[in-house]
Design a protein around this ligand. Sequence first.
Ligand code: SF4
Length: 404
Amino acid sequence: MSAWESSTQDAGSNVNWREILSSEVGDLSSWSTPIRPLAQKISNGERLSLEDGLLLYSHPNLPEIGRLSNCVRVSRFGKYAFFNSNVHVNQTNVCVLACKFCAFRRSKRSKDAYALDVEAYIDDLSQYADFVDEVHSVGGLHPDWGVEHYEAIFSESKKRFPHVSIKALTAVEIKHLSQLSNLSYKETLSRLKSAGLGSLPGGGAEILDDDVRAVICNGKESSSEYLEIHRSAHELGIPTNCTMLFGTIETIEQRLMHMIQLRELNDDTNGFQCFVPYPFLPDDTRLPEAQLATGSEILRTIAISRLMLDSIPHIKAYRMNIGDELAELALQYGADDIDGTVQKESIMHLAGSTTPLDHDRIRLARLIKDAGCIPVQRNTTYEKFEIFVPPEPKRRKKLKMANL
Ligand code: SF4
């Protein structure tokens, strides 16, 4: 089978994945003593608890955690790893808030502030529209833009580029538009959906703990508002992703409670398709107290996400943030998706990301193959899938061997 379709709810997961878990986990005696009870739970299809998550964070053998997370990943998706063809168009960097970790926002009077009107947005998108099937659009909270501005952008985009799915607006942007336009969250989302919005990207969750939020993103939506906005989207049939920004000031327990709140919401709504854990990037921002995550901590967090989030299908290794090399490795630590070709991106690059933006499908597919997986191109909402076979690379020159 080289191409197939899935329901939005399953998002491409093997529908019988829980039945395969025990054979993937295998003989329990092959696991270390502390991990064995967790392997047993996974094997039985049981949910891991907060205490299990704490144990996973303190367990010294990281490859063993990677191995356990890979059992779940393989049960759901076999060797498949997913990517898509997308572009990021950030509609404005003008923002009424000033989250401490954010290197992107500008005040309206800043010299490098910008705000794309409908024509400028379409101009930007038109440069990439022939090569992509998704536009990812998030931006600042512009003080003058109500829901009408986004309705105009989305409906014109759909008119000009009907094949491009619009994945746009984080929960705080929905809250901002609701307030400016005096609408409920559901009314706002419903109008945007009618104008062409296809899904929400899930950014802005940061850590769902209001004490942490008060320090790193004061004024943003509260934890319960983030969950309520995503619940509203799911109830309207708008699928969403969810994220976690880690490595600022949060505790391990707060990370795990973040995951638990997301999986419990998805028990009710089944509308989250993908979880995207990404570390805080320190450059050029204002959070000197951040506990920056190391490479192994990033892999551990991705692996634990896979193990804790049994109700969310996909775990994304967000290459724009963690870089191609770590994203490739993360495919062996529970992740099954490496995002898209991207082409153009501002938010992570202003915060210090050096991930290249010129990747085409062939380069992404080779990256996936190098990780031992089968590259599969998906659409935005994980309903359409096609195996992508990259051409063999040109023969590389052999390194000259020293004459020993
Ligand atoms: S993270 Fe978003 S809401 Fe916060 S300052 Fe940056 S653009 Fe504004």
